[in-house]
Design a protein around this ligand. Structure first.
Ligand SMILES: Nc1nc2c(ncn2[C@@H]2O[C@H](COP(=O)(O)OP(=O)(O)OP(=O)(O)O)[C@@H](O)[C@H]2O)c(=O)[nH]1
Ligand SMILES: [Mg+2]
Length: 375
C-alpha cells in the first residue's frame, strides 16, 4: 500500500470513511465521480466548499478517472487498496478545515487468499485502517438487486458476514481486538437504474423483510443492531442501456456527508457518560436561535475529532429546501434547546437537514422511533 499521507498538522481534524462492497459494486466509480464532480468552480460557488487531494498524483489519477467517465468509460477493477487523503476547504479560507480519508479497496480481496507475503502485509495494514474508520458504507449492487432480487442481497450480506468472521480471526491471530466501526449505512449503488418512485425507505423495508436472517447474522458480527435501518441510494452517473449519458447526474452525493456526520454524532452521544452532556449544556445559555447557530457550542465538549461538525454544517448549506418534515425536526430541536439537551439538539438539526423532500427519497433512517428528545 502506498503511504501518501502528509505529516499531521496540529489541530487539523479528520473524518475517515470506508466503502465496502463486493467486486464490481461501484466503489471506485463513486470515489472518482464524487471527487471529480466537486472540482469545478461552479460547484464551489454553489456549495461554498471544495475538496482537494493532498497528493497531486492521487488528484490527477482521480480526475483522469472522472474524465474517462465523461467519455463514457468506467474505471478498471481496482488492483489493490489505496488510501486517498483529501483536505476540505471552506471557500475563502486559505487553511483546510479538516481532512477526509477515503479507502478504496478491491472487492475481490477477501474472496481469495493473499497472493504472497507482501499482499498479506498490505491487507493487515489495510484492516487496521478500515476498522478505525468513523463510518462505513456497505454497498449493495443496485443492478444485481434489480436482476436477481433478494437472493443476491442475501448472498451479498452472507458473504460479507463470512469476510467479517475472517477479519475477526485475522485480528485474534494478531492478538488484537477487532472493534468494528458501528456506523454502518447500507448503500444501494447504481440507483440510476431504479424507478424514481422507489425510495430508500422502500429498499430498507424490502431488505429487512426479505433478508432478515442475513441482516441479523451480519449485524451480530458488526455489532450494529440498526443494520439495515439506514439506507442510502447512490448513483455515480446516469446511464442508459449500460452507457453513461450524464457523468454529473448523481444520486445521494449531497446526503453523504451529513448522513455520515449524523451517525458519528449519535455515536458520540451514545458513548458519552450519563449526564455529561447536561453538565456542559448548563454552561451554555440558549435562546431559540437560527437553526444551526448553536451547533458551534457542541465544539466545547465534543472530542476533538468530531469538531468538524459545525464547519461542515455551515459549508454544506443544503438546509434551504424546507418542508413539513424538516419543520418537525426544527421544532424538536428547539424543544431540545429549551430543555438544555444540547447533543440531542445537534442531532435534530442534522436530521432537519436530512429530512428535506429531496434527501428523504434517497436517505432513510428511522428518525422518530430512535430519537431521544424527551416528549
Ligand atoms: N448504472 C450504473 N452502473 C455503474 C455505476 N457505477 C458503476 N457502475 C458499473 O459497475 C461497474 C463496476 O464499477 P467499479 O466502480 O469499478 O466497482 P468496484 O466496486 O470498484 O469494483 P472492484 O474494484 O473490483 O472492487 C462499472 O464498470 C459499471 O459497469 C453507476 O452509478 N450506475
Ligand atoms: Mg474498484
Amino acid at each position: 500500500m502506498k503511504d501518501n499521507t502528509k505529516k499531521e498538522e496540529p489541530g487539523l481534524q479528520e473524518i475517515s470513511f470506508a466503502v465496502f462492497g463486493a467486486k464490481n459494486s461501484g466503489k471506485t466509480t463513486m470515489l472518482a465521480a464524487y471527487y471529480g464532480s466537486q472540482q469545478t468552480d461552479a460547484f464551489c460557488r454553489e456549495h461554498g466548499y471544495y475538496f482537494s487531494a493532498d497528493s497531486t498524483t492521487d488528484g490527477n489519477e482521480l480526475l483522469a478517472k472522472f474524465h474517462r467517465l465523461e467519455d463514457g468509460i468506467f474505471p478498471p477493477s481496482s488492483p489493490d487498496l489505496h488510501e486517498y487523503v483529501f483536505s476540505f476547504f471552506v471557500d475563502g479560507l486559505a487553511e483546510p478545515s479538516f481532512r477526509v480519508r477515503w479507502m478504496d479497496y478491491p472487492g475481490g480481496w477477501w474472496e481469495r487468499e493473499p497472493r504472497d507475503m507482501a499482499e498479506k502485509a498490505d491487507r493487515d495494514a489495510a484492516l487496521h485502517r478500515l476498522l478505525n474508520c468513523h463510518a462505513c458504507i456497505f454497498l449493495i449492487d443496485g443492478e444485481k438487486y434489480l436482476s436477481e432480487g433478494m437472493t443476491y442481497v442475501r448472498t451479498s450480506l452472507d458473504q460479507f458476514r463470512n469476510e467479517g468472521r475472517k477479519i475477526q480471526q485475522a485480528f485474534s491471530e494478531l492478538n488484537e481486538s477487532s472493534d468494528w466501526p458501528q456506523n454502518w449505512i447500507i448503500g444501494l449503488s447504481k440507483a440510476d437504474l431504479l424507478s424514481p418512485k422507489i425510495t430508500a425507505e422502500d429498499i430498507s423495508k424490502d431488505i429487512l423483510k426479505g433478508a432478515s436472517d442475513s441482516i441479523s447474522g451480519l449485524s451480530k458480527i458488526l455489532n450494529d443492531e440498526s443494520l439495515g435501518h439506514k439506507v442510502l441510494l447512490l448513483a455515480s452517473v446516469k446511464t442508459k442501456r449500460n452507457k453513461i449519458v450524464d457523468p454529473f447526474n448523481h444520486i445521494g452525493f449531497n446526503v453523504l456527508a451529513p448522513a455520515v456526520l449524523l451517525a458519528n454524532i449519535q455515536q458520540v452521544r451514545d458513548r458519552m457518560p450519563e449526564g455529561k452532556g447536561m453538565d456542559v449544556a448548563k454552561r451554555v445559555t440558549f435562546g431559540v436561535r437560527k437553526i444551526f447557530s448553536f451547533i458551534d457550542k457542541l465544539d466545547d465538549f465534543l472530542p476533538k475529532k468530531y469538531q468538524v461538525i459545525s464547519i461542515l454544517l455551515d459549508a454544506l448549506q443544503i438546509d434551504d429546501i424546507l418542508d413539513k418534515q424538516t419543520e418537525y425536526f426544527r421544532k424538536r430541536q428547539e424543544k431540545a434547546v429549551r430543555k438544555k439537551q444540547i447533543l440531542e439538539a445537534g442531532i435534530e438539526a442534522l436530521k432537519a437537514q436530512l429530512a428535506s423532500e429531496e434527501a428523504r427519497r434517497v436517505y432513510h433512517q428511522p428518525f422518530k422511533s430512535h430519537s431521544q428528545v424527551d416528549e
